[in-house]
Design a protein around this ligand. Structure first.
Ligand SMILES: [Zn+2]
Length: 178
């Protein structure tokens, strides 16, 4: 494994770890306006998805989809944003962000321009939506517990990178239907 001494995701977890196996980790990336923000991070250093082999790509994306499904179960968001940018930190990691039509930036990306509150478009102080993030915060503990449990059930196999696909698809469907 190549050590990248100047890479923050090689040198630290990148957030509170909710689950980790030999290949990837899932971390709590919550921000004030986005309590459900979660990241799936490749443990080893690789810059692009095409630096991974097919099994690794499938495993990483399965992890992203499992987080997405769990966000649907716990938050019923209007949309889920999946983002893999890496312009600032070129180490493969995915952002999974539950979005709501009344959140701070909707319909822009969370890194974009905040939404202007109705009627105060000339104000310099753009107000966040405290009720939305407070409401989301109430479910974060249960969501994090579910991440740990669901990932442990599906991804905690030292001898295989990829979860068993039939079981994985069944679980994903159960979560979405619940
Ligand atoms: Zn790295």
């Amino acid at each position: 494994m190549t050590a990248h001494t100047d890479c923050p995701l090689c040198n630290s977890d990148g957030g509170a770890v909710l689950f980790r196996n030999a290949f990837l980790r899932v971390v709590d990336a919550q921000q004030a306006d986005y309590p459900a923000f979660t990241r799936v991070i490749l443990n080893r250093h690789a810059q692009e998805m095409t630096d991974l082999n097919q099994t690794e790509r499938s495993s990483l994306m399965s992890a992203v989809y499992l987080v997405e499904a769990l966000q649907r179960r716990h938050f019923q968001p209007d949309k889920i944003n999946l983002a893999q940018l890496g312009n600032m930190v070129p180490h493969v990691h995915w952002h999974i962000i539950a979005r709501f039509a009344d959140d701070k930036h909707f319909p822009n990306p969370i890194w974009g321009v905040p939404r202007e509150p109705a009627g105060v478009s000339d104000s310099h102080e753009l107000q966040p939506v405290p009720s939305r993030s407070a409401q989301t915060s109430q479910h974060v503990k249960a969501y994090h517990r579910d991440i740990t449990q669901s990932f442990t059930a599906l991804f905690d196999h030292p001898d295989q990178t990829l979860p068993q696909q039939t079981l994985f698809e069944q679980t994903l469907q159960q979560i979405i239907d619940s």
